[in-house]
Design a protein around this ligand. Structure first.
Ligand code: ADP
Length: 421
């Protein structure tokens, strides 16, 4: 930003009202010595005109120069000239009255020198007055600069506020559009699925093998599309704050069992082991929305299968004494590099690699899963290593007062040794 010009750096203008008589030589010498430009006014009228024109940085007045009534007129002019506290015009007054009774001494910033004037005193007072004036001018410039900046900031703030409003409108319109479109697409798609299912069941007559294959393709594509539409609908609802959570006490073992049994055939088709590590002691119940917990687990297990070519997918449980119960999904898949882990839970984010490109996906699954976990007052975190695998941990709040025990996989099962992650 451009620095404001510093008026205090230039020469200062002295307005002098003093008949150059007795003190004349002394004053002329002292003023020349302390620097600055000097303008000697012929009379009070000229001094007042110069004051009004803003041509004064400092005043030097000898009371001999003030005609009768001049004090009051000068005081009025000074008050009009300097309305603010920080705009004091230093005035050096040479006077015989050393008792402070001269009316001009009522004005702030007046330095009085007793006549007859001592030269060393005059020099130091003049220099002091110049310093004061320079400081005042610097302050004035800084204040002006601050005010300019504040005004510019205000303009930018106003523009931002207007843009924010427009952006919020656009976001609402986008979410409305997504939500309406998802509903509109779902209805005919469900019809397509139902008719394809009827065909597959051969209710209207047997199908040839090739026809069966085609119908199966229709069914799997329609299911995939339905899942994507479901994600878009969830996304729109989450953004609009309209996704309700029905919290109940959950047995995470049972939920995992359900989802794992659904996904087992898919894992087996790929030659992957999908198994659950039994928890050695009864697992405390958690709090969460059953359907949403299943949705998250489904997403995590389906991703683990997608991004693991060989090895295994392990599900295990953890809990800390007081607060949370967690499920961990551990795979021996392709893993994710550290810099790609950072935006992993952002909307529509997909890691760009060969395997990811080979799979269809919206990049919404993890973003939705994380937001659902947070809505349930839990969390979803990941750690991963390229070529080694990933660990996704879904944690949920523990049900209060839950010393209740939910053993599902038996007690007294030895704990497997800790894995690397
Ligand atoms: P998508 O529906 O596209 O799979 P997700 O939000 O579920 O979207 O996942 C985002 C990206 O995170 C995926 O494209 C994939 O690259 C990466 N990812 C998710 N889970 C895993 C995993 N278990 N192993 C490796 N990469 C994964």
């Amino acid at each position: 930003m451009e620095e404001p010009e510093d008026p205090a750096a230039g020469p200062l203008q002295w307005l002098v009202l003093a008949p150059y008589g007795r003190d004349g030589k002394l004053l002329a010498e002292a003023l020349t010595h302390c620097g600055g430009r000097v303008f000697v006014c012929r009379d009070l009228e000229e001094l007042l005109a110069k004051l009004r024109a803003g041509d004064a940085d400092l005043l030097l007045i000898s009371e001999d120069g003030l005609v009768s009534g001049g004090d009051d007129r000068l005081l009025t002019a000074l008050r009009q000239h300097a309305p603010g506290q920080d705009d004091i015009l230093p005035i050096v007054l040479l006077t015989v009255r050393t008792d402070g009774a001269h009316p001009i001494t009522r004005f702030p910033g007046v330095l009085t020198i007793a006549k007859p004037t001592r030269r060393d005193l005059l020099d130091s007072v003049l220099r002091g007055a110049m310093d004061t004036r320079r400081r005042v001018l610097q302050l004035r410039t800084q204040r002006q600069d601050l005010e300019d900046r504040r005004a510019r900031l205000q303009v930018v703030t106003n523009q931002l506020a207007t843009r924010n409003l427009a952006l919020a409108d656009a976001l609402r319109a986008k979410d409305r559009f997504l939500s309406t479109m998802s509903h509109e697409l779902r209805t005919p798609l469900n019809a397509v699925l139902s008719y394809a299912d009827l065909l597959a069941l051969e209710i209207d007559g047997p199908l040839q093998e090739k026809q069966h294959k085609h119908v199966d393709r229709i069914i799997s594509s329609a299911r995939h599309l339905l899942a994507v539409i479901g994600q878009v609908l969830d996304y729109a609802k989450l953004n609009a704050g309209q996704l309700g959570i029905e919290t109940t006490v959950l047995d995470l073992n049972a939920e995992v069992e359900q989802v794992v049994s659904m996904m087992l055939p898919e894992a087996q088709t790929k030659g992957l082991q999908l198994h659950v590590e039994p928890f050695p002691t009864p697992l405390p119940p958690a709090l969460g929305d059953r359907l949403r917990v299943r949705q998250i687990l489904l997403n995590l297990i389906s991703n683990a299968i997608k991004f693991t070519e060989r090895g295994e997918i392990l599900v295990r449980f953890r809990h800390d004494r007081e607060e949370t119960v967690s499920v961990q999904l551990i795979d021996t898949g392709i893993g994710i590099s550290a810099e790609k882990l950072v935006p992993l839970f952002e909307d529509f984010y997909q890691v760009d690699n060969e395997l990811a490109r080979a799979h269809e996906g919206s990049g919404l699954g993890l973003a939705i899963a994380k937001r659902l976990a947070l809505l349930m007052k839990g969390g979803l975190v990941v750690s991963s290593q390229v070529g080694v695998g990933s660990v996704f941990t879904l944690s949920l709040p523990r049900a209060p007062g839950s010393d209740a025990e939910v053993p599902r996989f038996g007690v007294n099962v030895p704990i497997k040794p800790e894995r690397r992650w």
